[in-house]
Each structure stands twice: as structure tokens, then as C-alpha cells.
Design a protein around this ligand. Structure first.
Ligand SMILES: [Fe+2]
Ligand SMILES: [Fe+2]
Length: 244
């Protein structure tokens, strides 16, 4: 388990999987001998929050609930938003460019190329819709809920809304974005004829695996940490107001 005293360079050197996490915290390479805590503090990052996210990322069995409960919901919302930006600005365009390059230099029939292209484009559309729904509706709601719960007299309209809406509704329809990527990998490994550019083909498959892992981790933060904490805050605020 990583701790605050470790030199940051060693954390990253020994755990390459953490590389995509760095831009989400606005941390840049060139750490020198600085410890995790020093690097985080220099960049205005909450060290405990960084450690919780990094340790949960490295160990699938790590239970983040307790540690993450120490942070404000808006810290979590900021992290979720910057993870979304990483997906839309870096991870997805990179794998997309490679997939299309792989198709362009392959011996695939037009029908096969269209199959992959259509599949990827449909996926991208669903992906963007998923993220927009969270950014336009869910995350602003979470920030507002946290703000209202700090008010002595919360907005009556907000309390009224709480009586008919709960984050649990979002939970029911919160779908998993990694499943379709698995199907895409299956398509390449199982059904399509082999590609001549092996190196690029393997890069695509590796990128898909990395993105799937990242998406699982992201959904876990939303499902196992954010939603239960929001539900708890909803309950507390509602109880406080109805018994007041
Ligand atoms: Fe998300
Ligand atoms: Fe999500």
C-alpha cells in the first residue's frame, strides 16, 4: 500500500498503471525526490484523497468506503469530472485513432470495416451521453445537495424535490461502459481475420484492456462511494427538515 512518505517517483516507477491518474489530479512528471505528500501539497491536491484513489486503483479488493467518506462530495465530484475529461480528451480519441488506422491498413472487407466502425461510433455516442447525463444532471445535483445540507435553512423547493427524487433512481439506470469494449476486443480476437500490423493490433487490444479497467474503477467510485454517500446525505437532510 502506498503511503504519504513514499517518494512519488517510486510510486509511479513501480506502478505504471497509475500514470492515467496523474493528469486527473493535475500532477506532472519530474518529481525529483519529493514525497507523495510534498507533490500533492505543491499542487493543491488533498494527499489523503490521492492516496485513497491510488490504493483503490491498485488493489481491486481495497475497500475505499471508510477512507473516502472523509472527503467532501465536491472533492469527489471534481475528481469524477476530471476523469471524464481524461476519457473524452485522451483515452477514447487515442484508441479511436488506432482502431481506425488498424482498419485502414488491413485486408478486411468493406462489410467488416463498417461493422467495426459502426460499433465504435455507436459506443462513442452512448459513452458521451452517459458522461453528459452525469455532468449536466447528477454531479450538479450532488454539489447542490452538499451546499443545501450546510445551510441553516435549506431552500424549500430543494427539500420538496428531495421528497420525490433520490440518487437511487440514477443508480438503477447507471449502466456499465466497459461491457461494449469487451465485445469489441472479442470481435477482434475471435471473429475478424488476423491483422498484418500485429504491433498496432496488440496496442489496440492493450489500450482496450487499460480503458476497461479504468472504466470499472470509475464506475466503482460512482456506485460504491458517491451514490451511498449522496443517499445518506439525502436521508439526513430530509430527516432534519421533516423533524424540524
Ligand atoms: Fe462517470
Ligand atoms: Fe458513470
Amino acid at each position: 500500500m502506498i503511503t504519504r512518505e513514499w517518494p512519488m517517483y517510486r510510486v509511479v516507477l513501480e506502478n505504471h498503471q497509475l500514470l492515467p491518474l496523474l493528469p486527473r489530479f493535475n500532477l506532472k512528471l519530474g518529481f525529483g525526490e519529493k514525497s507523495v505528500d510534498e507533490v500533492c501539497r505543491t499542487h493543491g491536491v488533498n494527499t489523503d484523497f490521492f492516496l485513497e484513489i491510488a490504493n483503490a486503483y491498485l488493489d481491486e479488493l481495497y475497500v475505499p468506503e471508510e477512507g473516502l467518506a472523509l472527503f467532501s462530495l465536491s472533492t469527489m465530484v471534481d475528481y469524477i469530472t476530471s476523469t471524464h475529461s481524461y476519457f473524452t480528451d485522451i483515452a477514447l480519441p487515442v484508441v479511436e485513432e488506432k482502431i481506425f488506422r488498424l482498419m485502414a491498413h488491413s485486408a478486411l472487407s468493406e462489410r467488416e470495416v463498417n461493422l467495426v466502425t459502426d460499433f465504435f461510433n455507436d459506443y462513442k455516442e452512448d459513452f458521451m451521453a452517459h458522461l453528459s447525463q452525469e455532468e449536466e444532471h447528477i454531479l450538479p445535483y450532488v454539489v447542490e445537495l452538499e451546499r443545501q445540507s450546510t445551510q441553516k435553512e435549506p431552500d424549500p423547493d430543494f427539500i420538496q424535490k428531495l421528497q420525490t427524487y433520490s440518487i437511487r433512481e440514477f443508480e438503477k439506470e447507471h449502466d456499465r461502459l466497459e461491457t461494449s469494449l469487451r465485445h469489441l476486443s472479442e470481435l477482434i480476437i475471435k471473429y475478424l481475420p488476423p491483422f498484418d500490423d500485429l504491433q498496432l493490433c496488440h496496442q489496440v487490444l492493450n489500450d482496450l484492456v487499460a480503458l476497461m479497467k479504468d472504466l470499472v474503477d470509475h464506475a466503482d467510485v460512482e456506485d460504491k462511494v458517491l451514490i451511498p454517500r449522496v443517499a445518506e446525505l439525502e436521508r439526513k437532510l430530509l430527516n432534519r427538515e421533516t423533524t424540524a
